[in-house]
Design a binder for this molecule. Structure first.
Ligand SMILES: Nc1ncnc2c1ncn2[C@@H]1O[C@H](COP(=O)(O)OP(=O)(O)OP(=O)(O)O)[C@@H](O)[C@H]1O
Ligand SMILES: [Mg+2]
Length: 311
């Protein structure tokens, strides 16, 4: 669903890259926390996915779309297919709660009739039916964030990306928002959320990916806990093999995973409404890819991806 392969990003003027050779694969329906100290590269990674920034090298494939081939003029359309939630909510101040959600649907071309059906259901999901006629300035921080989430989920995205959605909220409200994200995840949406909130991460026991200085230093697939300084796994762990009558010391070679060659991808034209899939890999390239990447690449369809199942 989300695949980053050896992604590196260096901002102009910065000595160190913000992301340094990051590879990450998130499967459909996963709930993933992205953690790390301030400056670790979390927001940069999110911006790679929303195409606010582009990597210097590496490959990003989301819902079967190779982001290299999403042209500038198609970026707004691409982003509308993702659910994106920000710390500062980004609501329209002069529109009511109802109108904020309705507007998100208007711009994707939903009919008035469908909008009138969808908005009340989504407001009910985020428990804001009673606030439908209020303006953002009349809401609490948690309520504003719920409007922002409602706006994203109204379009039924397959992926929801949230960069510190609870960063400006108190403890109780944070819990509410996380509970809501869990509910959305239970309905089948893949969730990637960055946070500094240790308690939330530890209580949820989901997958936790830790970034440090632009590198992934730990990826706890289950029951992850919040740790910022996990030491990377040593490359050549030593182990003792005890054979009958012999004590034999063996140095286990770390599996040599050949670095995937920079994929040469041919693609058909991508338009906002007709996002076409790509020929991802030649057999030679596939041979050098890790099994995870191979699996993800193989699932990328070569036919046109229908509008509804892109993300
Ligand atoms: N627009 C930019 N121009 C130059 N450098 C940037 C820019 N955005 C981020 N950086 C640098 O890239 C690195 C990663 O920043 P990023 O915002 O991704 O960190 P973060 O993990 O989201 O931190 P925080 O937890 O504080 O939000 C930092 O060293 C930061 O100074
Ligand atoms: Mg950040």
């Amino acid at each position: 669903m989300i695949l980053l392969d050896s992604v590196t990003k260096r901002y102009p003027g910065d000595a160190k890259p913000a992301l340094d050779n990051v590879s990450l694969h998130i499967e459909p329906n996963e709930f993933v926390f992205l953690v790390g100290k301030s400056g670790a590269g979390k927001s940069t990674l999110i911006k790679m996915l929303t195409k606010e920034e582009v990597p210097d090298s590496g490959k990003i494939i989301i819902g079967g779309i190779d982001l290299d081939y999403v042209k500038k003029r198609h970026i707004p359309g691409y982003r509308r297919r993702l659910g994106v939630v920000f710390q500062d909510f980004k609501l329209l101040p002069r529109r009511t709660v109802y109108e904020n959600v309705a507007f998100a649907l208007e711009i994707i071309g939903m009919s008035g009739k469908d909008i009138r059906k969808t908005v009340p259901k989504v407001l009910e999901l985020v428990d804001l039916s009673a606030q439908a006629k209020k303006f953002p300035s009349q809401l609490s921080g948690g309520q504003r964030q719920r409007v922002s989430i409602a706006r994203s989920v109204a379009r039924q995205p397959k992926i929801l990306i949230a960069d510190e959605p609870t960063g400006s909220l108190d403890k109780l409200t944070t819990q509410e928002i996380i509970d809501l994200l869990r509910k959305i995840n239970d309905f089948g949406t893949t969730i990637l959320v960055t946070t500094h909130n240790e308690n939330i991460v530890n209580n949820l026991q989901k997958r936790v990916v830790t970034l440090k200085d632009g590198r992934i230093i730990s990826d706890q697939k289950n029951n992850g806990i919040y740790k910022l300084d996990a030491t990377p796994v040593p490359e050549k762990p030593e182990r003792i093999i005890q054979a009958p009558g012999h004590a034999l010391k063996e140095t286990k070679e770390a599996p040599k995973v050949a670095k995937p060659a920079a994929p040469k991808i041919t693609t058909e034209k991508i338009t906002t409404e007709k996002i076409t899939a790509q020929k991802i890999a030649t057999p030679k390239m596939a041979a050098s890819m890790s099994p995870t990447i191979k699996r993800a690449v193989r699932t990328t369809p070569r036919r046109k991806i229908a509008k509804s199942n892109v993300i």
